[in-house]
Design a protein. Structure first.
Length: 169
């Protein structure tokens, strides 16, 4: 089942953090290098991530999409509203032990179908040139590579380690 979350009170941080477990571990070393205890650094990342989602991201038309299976959140993504009917997709992730089973494709498909009910739109995403699984999932859902270097619409910067992908309807 896919959940479309636009209200901060609908976010279950514990379930969400299980989806982003791998990224949180990587981000702990980047954002909290001064915390030498890995578990404490990961907890700091989780706390800040949930604060950001509840206090910043979900204020202003942005949407979190989550795919749930058997009561667990297994795949999620953030969809930023950049301007009317133009979205920036970020943080598409599936729990590591459940990857390559079609969850990301399923979530992307459900999100696209839901957006289609309101008419024309465009979604832009930056995907790492090394992330073949994510590139394949995007392509299966109709995204096309339009830029050799992606543009991060949240940070307003070019990322030469990513492709810029677009879906238009």
């Amino acid at each position: 089942m896919v959940f479309k979350i636009s209200n901060p009170n609908e976010i279950d941080c514990e379930k969400l953090m299980s989806v982003y477990e791998e990224s949180n571990r990587e981000n702990a070393a980047v954002f909290y290098p001064q915390i030498t205890n890995e578990a404490e650094a990961i907890k700091a990342v989780e706390i800040e991530y949930c604060r950001y989602i509840k206090e910043e991201f979900l204020n202003g038309g942005n949407i979190y999409y989550v795919l749930e299976e058997n009561g667990k959140w297994v795949c999620a993504l953030r969809l930023y509203l950049i301007r009317e009917r133009f979205y920036y997709l970020e943080a598409l992730e599936t729990m590591p032990k459940l990857r390559n089973k079609g969850y990301a494709t399923g979530l992307l498909t459900e999100m696209i179908n839901e957006l289609k009910t309101s008419g024309k739109f465009t979604i832009y995403d930056c995907v790492s040139k090394k992330n073949i699984s994510s590139l394949c999932a995007h392509k299966k859902c109709g995204f096309k590579i339009i830029d050799e270097n992606g543009f991060d619409h949240v940070q307003n910067e070019i990322d030469d380690g990513c492709y810029g992908l677009e879906y238009s309807y």
